[in-house]
Design a protein around this ligand. Structure first.
Ligand code: MHO
Length: 214
C-alpha cells in the first residue's frame, strides 16, 4: 500500500512516458512516480487503445524540497520535438494542472520560457481530470530490466514497485538521469546493501548524461 502521503501532485505529458518516469524519478524532492494515460475522454484506455489520451507522468513531490516551478523547468528542458511541433496526442506536450495556483505558475513559466527562446510552444495547459495508470510493464520501465536488483530489494510486488520512492529513484539512476555526485550523496538514505549499491553505481557512471532515450 501507499506510504502516508505528504506530497503534492503534478502531471505532465512530454513524449514517451518511460523517459519522464526516469527523469522525475531521480529528481530530489520527487517522492513517487506513476506513468499512465490522461487528458482525453476515452474510458479505460490501454497502451494499445488509448484513444484521445496522452502518455503522462504523474508525480508526487514534496513542495518543501522542490517547487512546481522547478518541476516545470525540467519539463521545458527535457522534451524538444513536441514542444514546438504538433505531434500525435499520444506524445504531445501537455501540462495538467491540479489547482488554480499550478495553472497560473504553468502559464507564467510557459510565457517566460517562450520569450527566452524566442519560440512558440504548442504545449496544452489543461485542468487535470482523470488519470489511468498504465499497465504494470510500463511502470519503472528501466528498472524492470534489472530483475536481480528488483528481487534483492524486495520490489517484486507490482503495487510496491509502482508506489516505492526507492524504485522511482533507481529507475532514474539506471537510465542515467542523475549524476554520480547525486547518487553518492543520496546513497546512505537509499539504504542499499553494498552489492546493490555497486550494481547501480556502474550504470550511473556508464549512463549519466546519455539522454533519456525511450
Ligand atoms: N519506442 C517505444 C515507445 C514506447 S512508449 C511507452 C516503442 O515503440 O515501444 O510510447
Amino acid at each position: 500500500q501507499l506510504e502516508e502521503s505528504k506530497g503534492k501532485r503534478a502531471t505532465f505529458g512530454m513524449g514517451c512516458f518511460w523517459a519522464g518516469d526516469s527523469l522525475f524519478g531521480s529528481t530530489t524532492g520527487v517522492l513517487r512516480t506513476c506513468v499512465g494515460y490522461s487528458g482525453g475522454t476515452k474510458d479505460s484506455p490501454t497502451y494499445k487503445n488509448m484513444g484521445d489520451h496522452t502518455e503522462v507522468i504523474d508525480i508526487e513531490y514534496d513542495p518543501e524540497v522542490i517547487s512546481y516551478s522547478q518541476l516545470l523547468g525540467l519539463f521545458w528542458n527535457n522534451h524538444e520535438y513536441g514542444l514546438t511541433t504538433r505531434i500525435k496526442r499520444q506524445y504531445m506536450s501537455l501540462i495538467l494542472y491540479h489547482d488554480e495556483e499550478q495553472r497560473a505558475v504553468a502559464e507564467k513559466s510557459r510565457d517566460h520560457e517562450q520569450r527566452e527562446r524566442g519560440e512558440t510552444f504548442v504545449t496544452e495547459i489543461q485542468p487535470f481530470k482523470k488519470f489511468y495508470p498504465a499497465e504494470d510493464y510500463h511502470q519503472k520501465y528501466r528498472l524492470q530490466s534489472h530483475p536481480w536488483l528488483i528481487e534483492t530489494l524486495g520490489l517484486t510486488d507490482k503495487e510496491i514497485l509502482r508506489s516505492s520512492s526507492l524504485a522511482a529513484k533507481l529507475n532514474g539512476y539506471l537510465a542515467g538521469a542523475g549524476t554520480s555526485e547525486q547518487f553518492e550523496r543520496e546513497l546512505d538514505s537509499l539504504g542499499l546493501n553494498e552489492k546493490a549499491a555497486q550494481y547501480v553505481r556502474k550504470y550511473v557512471i556508464e549512463n549519466q548524461g546519455n539522454g533519456l532515450y525511450c
